[in-house]
Design a protein around this ligand. Structure first.
Ligand code: PGA
Length: 250
């Protein structure tokens, strides 16, 4: 049985004060939410400030990226232990915006996954095709390549600790969601790939989130699909009301 996991990716939004306010708003409603993991990924600058608010609650903290080296001369980068130091338990890796604007590759994704696992962080590994690739009928090929290369040489016990987020790039921030059936089909493809790589038993335990314009209006239908185990939510995670509705999916 896979425990559903919903994560809010705040991207480059929220000052410290705004982050604290949003967390307080979320905590008011989260007491009634059971049987699912709920994670927020604020910008780096807000992590330390929100941590004390989360202690003893059912809301967990994550970051949006990390560097794969343990420390060093990497101006502007954040080391894995810097994240655990401020209370993070999750880290998003390989988000399409990192791939598109910051040169993230499947190779760096692989190194970051290993670095995260080494310090006990749960990686949320993002994969997804762009519109032109889907139009050419190459979506499964592209996502398959990202999964295979991103997770290369990981042992089954390591893969079992991952969360994978399937985020079709054309659906991110556009209001355009994959249909639940299309999303389910890709999730099943990803699980079949994992099964080949690490065996069916491990593949059956890995949670696969859908991401891309998830909102209160479509979450129930998405979560009803057998291989959709959660959601990675951008825009709709920036307001307490909409994120609370999403984490309360039926
Ligand atoms: P969105 O973003 O929900 O705003 O489409 C999702 C994401 O980028 O993780």
């Amino acid at each position: 049985m896979r425990t559903p996991i919903i994560a809010g990716n705040w991207k480059m939004y929220k000052t410290v004060g705004e982050a604290v306010d949003l967390i307080k708003g979320l905590l008011v409603g989260l007491g009634q939410v059971h049987g699912r993991e709920v994670v927020v990924c604020p910008p780096f600058t807000a992590l330390y400030a929100v941590r004390p608010l989360l202690i003893g609650t059912n809301l967990a903290l994550g970051a949006q990226d990390l560097h794969y080296e343990p420390q060093g001369a990497f101006t502007g980068a954040i080391a894995p232990t810097m994240l655990t130091d401020v209370g993070c338990r999750y880290v998003i890796i390989g988000h399409s915006e990192r791939r598109q604007y910051f040169g993230e590759t499947d190779t760096s994704v692989n190194r970051k996954i290993r670095a995260a696992l080494t310090v006990g962080l749960t990686p949320i590994v993002c994969v997804g095709e762009v519109k032109a690739e889907r139009d050419r009928g190459e979506a499964e090929l592209v996502v398959g390549r990202q999964v295979t290369a991103g997770l290369a040489d990981l042992r089954p016990a390591e893969v079992a600790r991952l969360v994978i987020a399937y985020e079709p790039v054309w659906a991110i921030g556009t209001g355009d969601t994959a249909t639940p059936a299309d999303a389910q089909a890709m999730h099943a493809t990803i699980r079949a790939l994992l099964s080949k790589q690490v065996g069916a038993a491990t593949a059956a335990t890995v949670r696969i989130q859908y991401g891309g314009s998830v909102k209160p209006e479509n979450i129930d239908e998405l979560m009803a699909q057998p291989d959709i185990d959660g959601a990675l939510v951008g825009g709709a995670s920036l307001k307490a009301e909409s994120f609370l509705r999403i984490v309360s999916f039926q």
